[in-house]
Write a protein that binds this ligand. Sequence first.
Ligand SMILES: Cc1cc2nc3c(=O)[nH]c(=O)nc-3n(C[C@H](O)[C@H](O)[C@H](O)COP(=O)(O)OP(=O)(O)OC[C@H]3O[C@@H](n4cnc5c(N)ncnc54)[C@H](O)[C@@H]3O)c2cc1C
Length: 403
Amino acid sequence: MVDFTLTKEDKKLLEMIRFLGEKYMRPLGIEYDKKGEPIPPDHEFFKFLAQIGYQERVAGMGRELEDSGKTGGERTSARRAVLIGEETSYWDRGVAVALPGPGLAGPPLSILGTPEQKEKYLSIFKDRENPHWGAFAMTEPGAGSDVARIKTRCVKKNGKWIINGQKAFCSNADRADFIVVWATVDPKIGRAGHRAFVVEKGTPGLILTKIEKKMGLSAYSSCSLTLEDCEVPEENLLGGEKVYEEKTGFKSAMKSFNATRPTIAAMAIGIARAAYDWVQDFIKQNYIISRPIPRYQKINENIAKVRRYIEVGRMLCWKAAWMADKGMENIVEASQAKAFCPAVAQEAVSLCLDVMQDAGIQNDNYVEKLYRDVKALDIVEGTGQIQRVIIARRLFGLPSEDS
Ligand SMILES: Cc1cc2nc3c(=O)[nH]c(=O)nc-3n(C[C@H](O)[C@H](O)[C@H](O)COP(=O)(O)OP(=O)(O)OC[C@H]3O[C@@H](n4cnc5c(N)ncnc54)[C@H](O)[C@@H]3O)c2cc1C
């Protein structure tokens, strides 16, 4: 049975996120949404997080991440990741992604990385003075959902890898100390040709071309990159040659670090919860006293629906995470959570706007911001459509392109 009990550690962690969320994350999210630009990397909040050991903790290089007492490049449990995802996004999803730490580069480094690579790149986050970031570059202008289509080429020459290509929508790449870049030795052979490299900041040929202007989630940067004869030492091939020679090992590693879908789903639920709480306060302050009674029925219906979406969505996330932690195959459950939660969160935020009526679409009303923020959750880490394709394939045993 799925266990929904929060441990003492969970509660402590949530308390810490609530403190940071209320004092820093929500106000910063609003400020940088208004500015329409990412929080600068030298912002004092990021420095403060480094000082309190935040980035060390999320990189798994500090104190125990789990009650099990594991340290050093270990991943946090899926259950804990879901909790953190929901709570940080409740306060501000854009700021949550902007926080220092290895980000999406963390899972491939932890799973595929050699002990030397983990030590070298994850120990960067032990710094208690300055914030650091990692980034992950898979998406290209012509390859998003279908990662098998990536065209960025890698060629080995004289013991070095030369990378050429373009990457898009790479979160925090402008400030990252290193980026895990995916390239192919041969685009014709799909995923079998994929190689991942750790490309360090300042490597000649690694060029930041653009920071996107997004409809929401302004607090973090989404970057386009070009790699032009970008030369990477042999030892920066993630996991070393052997990982790619043993194809089944590489495939199963890919699957396990692809298992972040319940966390993204939980982030959408966090945004829905933020809208729900905001609209509750709004109703108390505005409607009960001043508005006519007939509107109440619609308000009741909307609020009850939003509450139901949050509860059901959270359960799907918890179940998928619980299965992952038990080592059970959870492809269908993880995709169900990812297909369901961002879609209902979008509807939930919209229902909250309806309740607020004319006030809802005013720019200084927080729910309007959430309406713009929530959309991206349906796109990242596999769109809703793709999740439904995955679910159907699994349930009906249909062949997949890479099988
Ligand atoms: C805010 C944000 C942050 C991101 N951060 C990163 C990052 O850090 N690193 C990174 O590498 N990428 C990142 N991405 C990219 C993200 O992973 C891609 O946007 C996503 O994979 C979808 O790819 P696409 O946008 O190219 O859409 P496409 O794959 O071109 O899809 C377009 C539409 O077609 C649908 N579609 C595609 N194929 C199928 C199919 N087989 N069946 C049914 N429908 C289909 C999709 O659902 C979608 O609606 C980020 C994106 C966003 C928006």
